[in-house]
Write a protein that binds this ligand. Structure first.
Ligand code: B16
Ligand code: MG
Length: 217
């Protein structure tokens, strides 16, 4: 059968979580509470607005809408300082050979990310033109674990959801893929991502012939 692939961005193609962490941490420092790498795990895969809500919960703070808007803007400005320094050396191991493998098999792929900065990040690392389409935080009304981002991805691939395979590193993303009725592949800790159909620590672990069984169906 014809299959297509949908890639999450942060945690699958590149590790931008470390830059989100630095930017959120600096906001927490300014607001005078502790924000750790363990806390940062809670923000993976969720939208920018939701991230701020989680952060403020950690700091036990309630802020006006106006203040929140201000912090969302300053956090993103801070984050962009890191993003604009990124280059192709930041593409995670296994990504380029996987894309080459898909190209060789004529399997099309799109991006399905919560990030509003996804196009910029893909351009920075030189991968923008390789994707058939990009679904990002600007094109959805409901964030993961809502399946919307991946369902729009399937439309861009012109395929029914059952024919789509999703690579995700976040619990919310795996849930979104499952709810979309797609095959979910969890990249990262298998215990954390135990709802995924398949688990690999990183993309280099994906077997060479992984897609053949789907194509043969
Ligand atoms: P932005 P993904 C997600 O990317 C990140 O994992 C998450 O931590 C971030 O809050 C979200 O993008 C929004 O990012 O502030 O750039 O719009 O994993 O869905 O590719
Ligand atoms: Mg992710």
């Amino acid at each position: 059968k014809t299959i297509g692939v949908i890639f999450d961005l942060d945690g699958v193609i590149v590790d931008t979580a470390k830059y989100h962490f630095l930017a959120w941490k600096s906001l927490a420092d300014n607001l005078d509470f502790e924000f750790t790498e363990a806390h940062n795990e809670l923000l993976k895969g969720v939208s920018r607005v939701r991230s701020l809500e989680i952060l403020l919960d950690i700091g036990n703070l309630e802020l006006s809408e106006e203040k929140k808007q201000e912090y969302l803007i300053s956090k993103n400005e801070h984050y962009l300082k890191y993003i604009t320094q990124m280059g192709s050396e930041e593409i995670l191991p296994g990504v380029l050979s996987l894309l080459d493998n898909l190209d060789g098999l004529n399997i099309e792929y799109v991006l399905g990310s919560a990030s509003k900065n996804a196009p910029l990040i893909l351009k920075q690392v030189g991968l923008f033109d390789r994707f058939k389409g990009i679904v990002d935080g600007n094109s959805v009304s409901s964030a993961k674990p809502d399946p919307e981002v991946f369902l729009i991805g399937a439309q861009k691939l012109c395929l029914p959801p059952e024919n789509c395979i999703v690579f995700e590193d976040a619990i919310a993303g795996v849930e979104a893929a499952n709810r979309a009725n797609m095959t979910s592949i969890g990249i990262g800790d298998a215990e954390t991502l135990n709802e995924a159909d398949y688990n690999y620590n990183n993309l280099t672990e994906l077997p060479q012939n992984f897609f053949n069984m789907f194509l043969a169906e």
